[in-house]
Write a protein that binds this ligand. Structure first.
Ligand code: ADP
Length: 300
């Protein structure tokens, strides 16, 4: 449904995309995962026909993003990262506006947005600018769906949204996928990778890997030891100073440690940390998560 062949894009001296190749199948929920500045928005804006690539080509449902841009705009639903709504229009005015622009009506397409819209309907006369973050997000999604798009593209829809709204949002995306819509969603949150059928890990305008989240983590070849102790700052420094340390990263309240050639055992690390006066030491081997893979690929 989405085919991307060797797309490059630079902004003056900044190379935002260096030869991106990617395919998204019909009906997939596909994640574009990467940190700020990775090139996610640039790629999405090219697909949404808002930006021209320097080279390469991309097709949506067989339509070329440069030659067939008018057709594509009718067929895709786009939720940009920055708020896309008219702040001074009410909830229902925003929805009617987007429906009118696409030559349709809210009634005609109500089925698709019903589950989402009923949550914001009590506020339908409120100005969009006065809605909470989670509500704005639901309205923006309703507006992006109002013309029954085949492909829904969302640029960092959950950035800056609270944990509960994030969870609700992903449930909405799953429901839309069940209705047959192909979904491409970008996010800087690695934990959201597991909610996608397949993901592309992107960094510095390059794709590092594309696969299902499970296959990406399963094929990670290294042993990871999760380490905790009372003084996190000292823990990280001491682990990094260990003679057999290869990589040490902070992951929330723990550090993830990889030793040279996977030689290091948990018991050995515990002993090393005890000798340095650490308290409440926990060390256990854990399976790799997407963040571990990402860190390792970025290093390479
Ligand atoms: P992401 O969406 O992953 O945060 P972007 O596509 O926004 O990444 O940015 C990719 C790179 O291109 C970054 O280095 C960013 O600073 C640069 N960039 C993005 N938009 C512009 C622009 N309009 N002018 C100049 N540089 C830009």
């Amino acid at each position: 449904m989405i085919e991307i062949n060797n797309i490059t894009k630079s902004y003056k001296e900044t190379k935002a995309l260096s030869g991106i190749n990617l395919n998204v199948d019909e009906g997939e929920l596909f994640g574009l995962i990467g940190p700020d500045g990775a090139g996610k928005s640039t790629l999405i804006r090219i697909l949404m026909t808002l930006l021209l690539p320097d080279s390469g080509e991309a097709k949506l449902d067989g339509l070329d993003v440069v030659k067939n841009y008018k057709h594509i705009r009718k067929m895709v639903g786009y939720m940009p990262g920055r708020f896309s709504l008219y702040q001074d229009l009410s909830v229902e005015e925003n929805l009617n506006f987007f429906a009118t622009v696409f030559g349709t009506t809210v009634e005609e397409n109500y089925d698709l947005i019903r589950d989402i819209y009923y949550q914001i309907e009590p506020f339908k006369t409120r100005r969009a600018g006065k809605l909470s973050g989670g509500m704005k997000q639901k309205l923006a999604l309703s507006c992006a769906l109002i013309h029954k798009p085949k492909i829904l593209v969302l640029d960092e829809p959950t950035t800056g949204v609270d944990a509960v709204s994030r969870k609700e949002f992903w449930e909405m995306l799953k429901n839309l996928q069940e209705k047959g819509i192909t979904i491409l969603v970008s996010t800087p949150y690695m934990d959201e990778a597991d909610l996608c059928d397949r993901v592309a890990l992107i960094q510095n305008g390059q794709i590092l890997d594309v696969d299902s989240p499970k296959r990406i983590t399963d094929k990670f070849p290294r042993k990871i030891i999760q380490v905790g102790a009372q003084n996190m700052y000292k823990l990280i420094n001491d682990l990094r100073a260990y003679k057999k340390a290869e990589a040490v990263y902070a992951f929330g309240q723990f550090a993830h440690f990889t030793g040279f050639n996977d030689e290091v055992e948990t018991i050995e690390l515990e002993g090393y940390l005890q000798n340095l006066g650490h308290e409440k030491i926990i060390a256990e081997e854990i399976p790799a998560g997407i963040e571990d893979v990402f860190m390792s690929l970025m290093e390479q």
